[in-house]
Write a protein that binds this ligand. Structure first.
Ligand code: AMP
Length: 470
């Protein structure tokens, strides 16, 4: 097995990796890093969650260190293009984390925020620039940035960028870059149009791929239980007691939601703990260690907090809320079925909005999941739907391109809605919705449904590729 030492990365980078607790390279890192270190172009098929950020960031940082030159004013040495503001921010954070011992200079150019600060941040020149395509072009066109000194280009989530209509912007940007550069190109899928784009942008690229997440999905028994909002806590507690659960990871969309779930489980006599952004790093580490050893069998997490959790033996993933980004569902349920094991993923789905999320997920995984309807007959969900709609970001128009990268931006094929994974404002929006849901109020709403559940047998495992939808 490869280790990070085998790559011979420069000392400041190795130290940062040790501090990040990265011990073993992920498969995409093991394949990409040695190739990229030689200066070759690489085209990779890999999803977010596979460790692909480090796969491109580490060799680039190493090569920058090998030839440390001061960046020219208003220019950058490394240009990373990503489809959304959120992803761009995460990529920048990763570069800064891996480059923390090398005094890396970096900047972010994303839509939806005033451009002045971004212009100032690149005035002196930076080593790494992470950007969404529309805003980057704005910056270039307003003479805030020159692209003639770019030595490294990374295209991340190329398929999503095409989905979101960035192809022309990308072509324009690439047209302004020096021909002599190293290009690393990543995409979750490689349909014909993406392969053609890669062909045009890369020189004799090496090809790497990691198993698409969808194939993990096939080994997971997925269950969808339609419930009333108010009965979710009771259902969850029942399921945890009923199922052969060795180790369960429960996802909620919000931090507030995670705390509420822990409390409701404790009331039901189930020991659980939560990790999310409001908890200290210390708490997170302690809880994760207890989860790993089996001292805590039930862990509640938000998606952000769960990034990087690598615990084997998770038998069940519960989606207390469905995520608004379909890929997030795949990443969540992929926490079970690690290392070739099978797993069970159970999603509690309530209300029209979550049903819409479910349909998006089914499109992505190309499976229609069987639904178990446990809603209380006659119960009307009191979630104010209009509020949800009010929080939905507008569709991008050409003139709104400055804000191009809103993660909520609607591409031709994928719908994104506010909630987890959305920018902070939308996450807060989602948190407000969470708290605006009808409270339990000590009533036994939905308990009827729980009793009903006992009488039902488990549905058959969903067959993959039952209904190709795109
Ligand atoms: P990415 O696919 O780049 O978004 O990475 C997913 C998560 O895995 C991030 O939280 C990374 O910090 C984490 N990660 C990436 N590579 C490794 C590694 N070799 N060891 C442990 N964690 C990693």
């Amino acid at each position: 097995m490869t280790s990070f030492q085998d790559f011979g990365l420069a000392d400041p980078i190795s130290r940062a990796l040790a501090e990040e607790n990265y011990l073993t390279p992920t498969p995409i890192q093991a394949q990409t890093i040695p190739l990229a270190l030689t200066g070759r172009d690489v085209v990779g098929i890999a999803q977010t969650g596979t460790g692909k950020t480090a796969a491109f960031a580490l060799p680039i940082l190493h090569r920058i260190l090998q030839n440390r030159i001061k960046p020219q004013p208003k220019s950058c040495r490394v240009l990373v293009l990503s489809p959304t503001r959120e992803l761009s921010g995460q990529i920048l954070e990763s570069f800064n984390a891996y480059g923390r011992h090398m005094r890396l200079t970096s900047a972010l150019a994303i839509g939806g925020v005033p451009m002045g600060r971004q212009v100032r941040s690149v005035m002196q020149g930076v080593e790494v620039m992470v950007a969404t395509p529309g805003r980057l072009l704005d910056l270039v066109q307003s003479n805030g940035l020159r692209l003639g000194n770019v030595e490294f280009l990374v295209l991340d989530e190329a398929d999503r960028m095409l989905d979101m209509g960035f192809i022309n912007d990308i072509r324009k940007i690439v047209g302004k870059l020096p021909i002599k550069r190293q290009t690393l190109f990543f995409s979750a899928t490689m349909p014909k149009d993406i392969a053609e784009l890669a062909e045009q942008m890369l020189r004799d690229p090496a090809r790497v791929a990691v198993t698409p997440v969808a194939s993990t999905v096939e080994r997971i028994e997925q269950r969808i239980i339609q419930v009333d909002h108010a009965s979710k806590p009771a259902f969850l507690a029942q399921l945890l007691k009923q199922e052969q659960v060795d180790r369960a990871l429960i996802f909620t969309r919000t931090k507030h939601g995670a705390d509420k779930v822990v409390k409701s489980l404790e009331r039901a006599g189930i020991r659980a703990d939560a990790i999310h952004g409001n908890k200290s790093q210390n708490h997170r580490e302690r809880v994760l260690a207890a989860f790993r050893t089996g001292e805590i069998r039930t862990l509640v997490a938000t998606d952000i907090a769960a990034r990087g959790i690598d615990v084997d033996g998770i038998t069940h993933v519960f989606n207390f809320d469905l995520p608004n980004i379909p890929e997030t569902y795949v990443h969540r349920i992929g926490r079970t079925a690690r290392a070739g094991a099978d797993g069970v993923a159970i999603s509690l789905v309530a209300g029209a909005e979550e049903m819409a999320y479910l349909r998006d997920i089914e499109k992505l995984i190309r499976v229609t999941l069987p639904r178990e309807d446990r809603r209380t007959p006659g119960y009307r969900d009191a979630v104010p739907q209009q509020q949800h709609r009010a929080g939905r970001p507008a569709q991008p128009t050409h003139s709104a391109r400055g804000a191009d990268a809103a993660p909520g931006a609607k591409g031709p094929r994928r719908r994104r809605r506010p909630g987890h994974g959305a920018p902070a404002a939308n996450r807060h929006e989602a948190a407000r919705h969470e708290s605006s849901r009808p409270s339990q109020g000590g009533k036994t709403e939905g308990m009827q449904g729980v009793a009903f559940l006992h009488r039902e047998s488990r549905p058959a495992r969903a067959k993959p590729n039952q209904r190709p939808q795109r």
